[in-house]
Design a protein around this ligand. Structure first.
Ligand SMILES: Cc1ncc(C[n+]2csc(CCOP(=O)(O)OP(=O)(O)OP(=O)(O)O)c2C)c(N)n1
Ligand SMILES: [Mg+2]
Length: 212
């Protein structure tokens, strides 16, 4: 099966104040747009996907799987920068889920896979996202407000190969200094906060597995 070019997302989350958009524009960021979207996340009944830091979601009708491509760096550390591969082709998602669960799914499509593996939706929320771009740096900045009353920003760079990651890290961290984001600890994202608020047992299991 021909695989699509890799999409490797290098990302750092940050908390922001009401003047963040003035600061972004002063740094040369331009508003790309505002988007509302619902994410619904799925896992097996015994949480085998998220316990392996794999995040299967349906975003406004499109399926995506986020999986660590550098496990020692992503969720399993206090590093504020996370690194995930993002699959969007259903055949690649099915293959990756099957590989992780040690099975050969017969399903050709995602709805069938959900039924075949008995996957359950464990989180669903709407995000109001204002997206900025820093064209020269090739960085994107998302300001997210979730419908359960939580806001978080993220600076991210998407690259195609692992060799491009060190420069992406450098650009993200340099921009975060300019933005006044200085903490070295990981900033909780929407999913972490959602689980803590609504699925504390799931949250606890992921903490014990050092995923979150
Ligand atoms: C700081 C941190 N964030 C996420 C994780 C685990 N994790 C990885 S992916 C993932 C699911 C997506 O989480 P998040 O990035 O919060 O959502 P969102 O910003 O809407 O997705 P995007 O639009 O960026 O694709 C999680 C929880 C972690 N271990 N640590
Ligand atoms: Mg994110």
């Amino acid at each position: 099966m021909a695989t699509s070019p890799a999409v490797l997302e290098v990302e750092r989350k940050f908390t922001y104040k009401s003047d963040v958009e003035d600061v972004l524009q002063a740094l040369g960021a331009t508003l790309q747009g505002q988007l509302l979207f619902r994410d619904t996340y799925y896992d097996t009944v015994d949480l085998r996907l998220t316990l392996c830091d794999h995040w299967l979601r349906n975003r406004q009708g499109s399926w995506e799987l986020k999986l660590p491509f550098s496990p020692h760096e992503s969720g399993r550390s206090s590093n504020p920068v996370t690194q995930y591969q993002e699959l969007t082709q259903e055949k690649e998602i099915i293959a990756a889920v099957g590989e992780l669960l040690g099975c050969m799914p017969l399903s050709e499509g995602m709805e069938a896979l959900v039924a075949e593996l008995g996957l359950q939706a464990f989180a669903s929320y709407v995000t109001d996202r204002r997206s900025y771009v820093m064209p020269r740096e090739g960085l994107h900045v998302d300001l997210d407000e979730a419908d359960f009353g939580f806001a978080v920003g993220e600076v991210e760079k998407v690259v195609a190969t692992a060799e491009e990651v060190p420069e992406a890290l450098e650009r993200i961290n340099h921009f975060c200094v300019q933005l006044g984001v200085t903490g070295v600890k990981k900033v909780p994202g929407k999913m972490t906060t959602y689980l803590l608020q609504y699925r504390p047992e799931h949250y606890q299991k992921l903490k014990e597995a050092h995923v979150l």
